[in-house]
Design a protein around this ligand. Structure first.
Ligand SMILES: Nc1ncnc2c1ncn2[C@@H]1O[C@H](COP(=O)(O)OP(=O)(O)O)[C@@H](O)[C@H]1O
Ligand SMILES: [Mg+2]
Length: 397
């Protein structure tokens, strides 16, 4: 029973994972006619699960059925011994047997209870293991609350590795992001730019070296006090199945009744260059966007995401390839909005098209986890033999 229960729990987890993945990739799988491939695998999983359940049922029925005959055989053996070998009279034996039978039944019920426990032990073990894992990987939180970013972020000889055996993904990074300045991380795919961003949001902890925010070491900072100051737009859009207004304000209130809120939502939409599109919709800001923003185009979804982050008025705005999926005109327009915000907030930009970062204050160029060049856009571009100059020249072709 224990083995079967473990197998059932593992298989259920496997089946749930496959179902979720199929639903997430449904459009792609259907469009390319590959849904049958996953269908086979899901059917196999259901088949195995059914098999385990049938076997559990059989085992249950069997142990339930043999319980009574075992009791009868046992009692008959006792009567036999008492009558034939010990030559006892029958009447007292029968009375004591009656009482004994009741006790025996209660004892056999223990087996039933134990079996019931074993049936669920697989699931209990899975949950138990998950809790232990969570405790082990719990984010250590610091105690120092930090106010609005006032000096900047400093990284000192920072090393980071996802897997110690695979070596460092970031090597000896020392750099500074002064407050109300804009910086950009440039480098080929896999250079470590997104990893560096995760270190800035304190999602990852450096293996060696330190990251200081306003001179407070990262591990002493109370995470929420830092993260609520961060606006973060990644390549993977995060859109909720609700109205556009709620997607921008994250359910901050009813924009039809709150004029101030409405104004803020409209301003964020304008800055993200999506206001024009929203106004053409029949329901305007009350338009429902569908599951994960299904009713929007990729570019619109991305701009809605940017609008939400601008609505929050963050002190640090991180855009990690946020505009790469947009057409160059939209990208340039959003770039302009960010340029306007530049004096007010600190911006970290990672872009694909280098022509859009002309106005940033500082460019950091990465190569395989190392910081190889830094300087102003023009300075680096015009410098002979600079890697950045080559990258710009390549994109100009
Ligand atoms: N969660 C992860 N686990 C293990 N390795 C990772 C993980 N994320 C990224 N990496 C590795 O780290 C390196 C840097 O990745 P990343 O920071 O995403 O690069 P970039 O954003 O510059 O393209 C890559 O070699 C990548 O394979
Ligand atoms: Mg990246």
């Amino acid at each position: 029973m224990r083995t079967l229960s473990r197998k059932t729990a593992t298989e259920s987890g496997h089946l749930a994972k496959q179902l979720i993945q199929t639903l997430q990739g449904f459009k792609y799988l259907t469009a390319t006619g590959q849904n049958t491939k996953l269908g086979h695998s899901i059917n196999g999983s259901i088949g195995r699960l059914t098999g385990y359940q049938i076997r559990t049922g059989i085992a249950q029925a069997f142990t339930g059925a043999v319980r009574e005959p075992i009791a009868v055989v046992f009692i008959m053996a006792i009567v036999l011994v008492q009558l034939v070998y010990l030559q006892q009279p029958l009447a007292p034996i029968l009375v004591s047997i009656l009482l004994f039978y009741r006790g025996l039944n209660a004892m056999l019920a223990i087996q039933g209870g134990w079996q019931g426990t074993l049936e669920h032990i697989g699931s209990i073990e899975v949950v138990h293991k998950e809790f232990a894992l969570q405790r082990q990987h719990q984010e250590p939180d610091g105690t120092r609350q930090i106010g609005p970013l006032s000096q900047g972020i400093r990284l000192q000889n920072l090393h980071y590795s996802y897997d110690p055996q695979q070596g460092d993904v970031l090597k000896d990074i020392t750099l500074e992001i002064p407050v109300r300045h804009s910086v950009t991380f440039v480098g080929e795919s896999g250079a470590g730019k997104s990893t560096l961003v995760d270190l800035l949001t304190l999602m990852l902890k450096p293996r060696r070296g330190q990251i200081c925010i306003d001179s407070v070491p990262g591990d002493a900072i109370q995470l929420a006090s830092w993260r609520q100051q961060i606006g973060y737009v990644s390549q993977e859009t995060v859109v909720f199945d609700d109205s556009i207004a709620n997607n921008i304000s994250l359910w901050a209130g009813d924009h039809r009744q709150d004029v101030l809120l409405e104004r803020r939502i409209h301003e964020a939409a304008r800055q993200a260059h999506i206001a024009h599109f929203i106004e053409t919709l029949p329901d305007g800001y009350d338009t429902l966007v569908g599951d994960r923003g299904l009713r929007l185009s990729g570019g619109q979804r991305q701009r809605l995401f940017i609008a939400r982050e601008l609505f929050r008025r963050p002190n640090l705005l991180i855009l990690d390839e946020a505009t790469s999926a947009l057409d160059s005109e939209s990208e340039r327009a959003i770039q302009k909005s960010i340029d306007e915000l530049k004096e007010q907030i600190t911006v970290v930009l990672i872009v694909h098209r280098l022509s859009t970062i002309r106005n940033v204050d500082q460019v950091y160029v990465f190569d395989q986890g190392r910081l190889v060049e830094q300087g102003s856009y023009e300075g680096l571009r015009d410098c002979d033999e600079s890697r950045f100059g080559k990258l710009v020249a390549m994109q100009a072709l």
